[in-house]
Ligand binder design. Structure first.
Ligand SMILES: NC(=O)C1=CN([C@@H]2O[C@H](COP(=O)(O)OP(=O)(O)OC[C@H]3O[C@@H](n4cnc5c(N)ncnc54)[C@H](O)[C@@H]3O)[C@@H](O)[C@H]2O)C=CC1
Ligand SMILES: O=C(O)CCC(=O)C(=O)O
Length: 421
């Protein structure tokens, strides 16, 4: 497997965590490799005739704390090494959140936007069939990530249930509310990012009210972060996607997100410029340089790098995406006094909500939306508080160091007590 920059960066962060936490070197040796990797090839009959075969993966990184858990990415450029990096992040994230889960991640090398609805369904069902021997509701529980959504989870859970011959609702999470899902999961990651931002804004400035925000990426995470941050009193003045940035100094009309639930990505950015008088800046990278209090990268990994970290004007960066900040950028931001709330803390709302949905599914029980959101919010608030306190105690550490060491402690203790190390 060829290592990508992303995997190198994640391993670099883990290695630093193992050193800072005073763990034995063998612990790093174990964590630096996934327990199991499955490579699959999925043939799909194309509408125009003929077949395309798509390569996919399911990486199971570590299950010391419980069943493997993590999303599935549909992206044309995703590699096996990226998937390993994402699976390692899931092990850390699930540990930090206090969930009874290990870490995993899946991926298919495909641009889902280029498939028809029928082709997408065939691919999703084909992927579920291909990984079926290695997953299960107490074994490995996938969910959405970039390029996948609740409809895709519905096809996958249906396919898996057909193989088993009975309904298995808990084998995939983030399903539609009509099919064993919980309405909170659709916005859970963005809601969690907003809660983490609000809690950190209280620490830095005494509150979130009136603080200006720029958000990169208007997919599932970005758009719901914008929605909830505005509800909490922040002023979202810029949002971006691959084609460019929508900017309005007085604050964007974020209600448009709720009113146009079907729209995401570039289409949503365009809506702000046509319906909300926002200025459109054609260069998507303009988002980094804006004079705002808070910047939320919520698109993809490796976007804040050594070459642009110096341009970030925000005092607080909250990682909605997984792995958006490279180690070099992290050092530059740290030296400039920019606080970075790390991915494994900030975007854990998605998997925390997945856990709540899974608990409902295993018991065939249903919680209502308000009750579930309250549970999610309490867990997020407690987790931010725990990591913040640890960070304050350890001079010279970044907030990521504090989060990773806290996550590693739980994993190490479980390995120790099980006799694995
Ligand atoms: N969906 C979830 O529940 C969770 C997602 N994440 C992470 O959050 C990030 C976003 O995920 P989703 O919102 O689910 O994906 P998504 O596929 O719904 O949206 C991603 C958006 O980012 C845009 N984008 C890609 N590159 C960009 C760039 N350079 N500049 C601006 N926009 C760009 C895409 O066009 C798309 O609209 C990923 O890193 C993912 O791993 C993390 C935790 C949970
Ligand atoms: O909800 C889940 O299990 C997936 C979450 C995920 O993939 C992530 O946090 O990156």
């Amino acid at each position: 497997m060829e290592r990508t920059g992303f995997l190198e960066y994640v391993l670099n962060y883990v290695k630093k965590g193992v050193e800072l936490g005073g763990f034995p070197e063998d612990f790093y040796k174990i964590l630096s490799r996934p327990r199991r990797v499955l490579i699959v090839n999925i043939p799909v009959r194309l509408d125009g005739g003929g077949f395309e075969v798509f390569e996919g993966y399911r990486v199971q990184h570590c299950d010391v704390l419980g069943p493997y858990k993590g999303g599935v990415r549909f992206h044309p450029e995703v590699t096996l090494a990226d998937d390993v990096a994402l699976a390692i992040l899931m092990t850390l994230k699930n540990s930090l959140a206090g969930l009874p889960y290990g870490g995993a991640k899946g991926a298919v090398r495909v641009d889902p936007k280029k498939l028809s609805q029928r082709e997408l369904e065939e691919l999703s069902r084909g992927y579920a069939r291909a990984i079926a021997p290695l997953i299960g509701d107490v074994v490995d529980i996938p969910a959405p990530d970039v390029g996948t959504n609740a409809q895709i989870m519905a096809w996958m859970v249906d396919e898996y249930s057909k193989i088993k011959g009975y309904n298995v609702p808990g084998v995939f999470t983030s399903k539609p509310p009509e099919l064993w899902g919980n309405p909170v999961r659709e916005y859970a990651t963005g809601f969690g990012v907003a809660v983490a931002t609000r809690e950190m804004a209280k620490k830095l400035w005494g509150g979130i009210e009136g603080k200006t925000v720029a958000i990169q990426g208007m997919g599932n995470v970005g758009r719901w972060t914008a929605y909830w941050l505005e509800k909490m009193g922040a002023k979202v003045i810029a949002v971006s996607d691959i084609n460019g940035v929508a900017y309005r100094k007085e604050g964007l009309n974020v209600e448009l997100i709720q009113k146009n639930k079907g729209l995401t990505g570039p289409a949503l950015v365009e809506l702000f410029t046509t319906k909300d008088n926002a200025e459109f800046v054609k260069n998507p990278d303009a988002i980094f340089k804006l004079d705002v209090d808070i910047f939320v990268p919520a698109a993809i990994e490796n976007v804040i790098r050594g070459d642009n970290a110096g341009l970030v004007k925000a005092r607080l960066v909250v990682e909605g995406a997984n792995g958006p900040t490279t180690p070099e950028a992290e050092r530059i931001l740290y030296e400039r006094g920019v606080v970075v709330v790390p991915d494994i803390l900030a975007n854990a709302g998605g998997v925390i909500m997945s856990y709540l949905e899974w608990v409902e599914n295993l018991q065939w029980y249903i919680w209502d939306e308000e009750e579930t959101r309250k549970r999610l919010e309490n867990i997020m608030v407690n987790n931010v508080e725990r990591v913040y306190k640890r960070w304050q105690r350890e001079k010279g550490w970044t907030m990521r160091d504090a989060a990773i060491v806290t996550a590693l402690e739980r994993i190490y203790n479980a390995m120790k007590i099980r006799g694995w190390i």
